[in-house]
Design a protein around this ligand. Structure first.
Ligand code: Q9C
Ligand code: ZN
Length: 333
């Protein structure tokens, strides 16, 4: 399977994240990259397809913000990474702000996703990596995009959950723009892919299925419940399968069967897999109990759907096992 990756994705160097009342070392750090690169071997560079494919998903004001946020932060006299601290939970509406702290809270929904001087560059190339892997998939039936930073928590005009640009959504829109009629996205990261769900929630041409930790106990808390099934044209095209902490392969396999049945019924031309290895038993921020060998079982089941399949990297924070888990997952295709 061809694998895509660009060294410019290293430019995002989060200095820390804030939760449980204090700063912690950033879980989404560059050590993840080396773990994965060591395990998967040769990678190819993406072409630069420019900003247009990003604009199909993200609003112009959000892209402008993301590109300039850290510069505005420095201009305001701040040091280190940019973080929000005040959030418009009441009647968030389109507004322009002069003050960076207002913009950060308007566009960011948590305190775990710092914006540094290289965040835009890394997120941009992460998206280009997704696009390159998409085009390889359209040509050859499958490819892997080593996306980092990840994307599935980012919506059309917000960042959060270590995600700044929604790589899977950008690939899905590019596939539709190049003539595919229906796309399915299967999200098997530990966390619910709230950004991807939101982007396609009222769309019938992109089916979204997600297997994740129940938001009653886990981040992102506010989205990912089973009763979120889509709206308008998208009614019935969103399938959430929340699972309890401690989930092991037998229960996971049942949910995977349900997800594959659901997305298969939408008759997609292309499957995009948002793959997180944070379902592994030893993950430092997650609470499922999958084993390394289970990743091949997951991908074998996915491959049996017989669809052209693009795999994009999302989370996975146990650096000691990340390479093996990714390699095991890719080996099933
Ligand atoms: N207890 C992805 O896996 N919350 N994002 C951290 C830790 C943020 C995960 C709190 C988790 C974001 C792509
Ligand atoms: Zn995750």
């Amino acid at each position: 399977m061809r694998c895509f990756w660009d060294e410019r994705q290293r430019a995002h160097v989060p200095q820390g994240e804030f939760f449980n009342g204090k700063m912690h070392a950033a879980a989404e750090h560059r050590g993840r990259i080396d773990a994965m690169l060591d395990a998967i071997g040769a990678t190819e560079l993406p072409d630069d397809r420019g900003i247009e494919p990003l604009q199909r998903v993200h609003s112009a004001d959000y892209l402008d913000f993301l590109r300039s946020a850290h510069e505005q932060w420095v201009t305001a006299g701040r040091e280190g990474d940019a973080f929000p601290y005040s959030f418009p939970i009441v009647r968030r509406r389109p507004q322009a702000f002069d003050r960076i702290d207002a913009s950060l809270g308007y566009y960011g929904f948590d305190t775990s996703s710092p914006i540094g001087p290289g965040t835009w560059e890394a997120a941009y190339w992460s998206a280009q990596t997704a696009l390159a892997a998409l085009h390889a998939t359209l040509d050859e039936g499958g490819a892997f995009g080593l996306c980092r930073p990840p994307g599935h928590h980012s919506g059309s005009d917000y960042f959060g959950g270590y995600c700044y640009l929604n790589n899977a959504a950008i690939a899905a829109e590019a596939a539709l723009a190049s003539g595919r009629e229906r796309v399915a996205i299967l999200d098997v990261d530990y966390h619910h892919g709230n950004g991807t769900q939101d982007i396609f929630y009222s769309r019938s041409d992109v089916f979204f299925a997600s297997i994740h930790a129940d938001p009653a106990t886990d981040y992102p808390f506010f989205w990912g419940r089973a009763d979120e099934t889509g709206e308008g044209d998208g009614a019935g095209a969103n399938l959430n399968l929340p699972l309890v902490r401690g989930t092991r392969w037998p229960e996971y396999e049942r949910a995977l069967g349900t997800a594959l049945d659901g997305l298969g019924n939408s008759a997609p031309d292309l499957l995009i897999v948002s793959f997180g290895a944070d379902t592994w038993g030893g993950d430092p921020i997650s609470h499922f109990q999958l084993e390394t060998a289970d990743y091949r079982s997951i991908s074998t089941r996915i491959a049996s759907a017989g669809l052209p399949t693009l795999v994009l990297m999302e989370g996975g924070y146990a650096v000691e096992a990340l390479g093996a888990n990714v390699a095991e997952f890719l080996s099933g295709f």
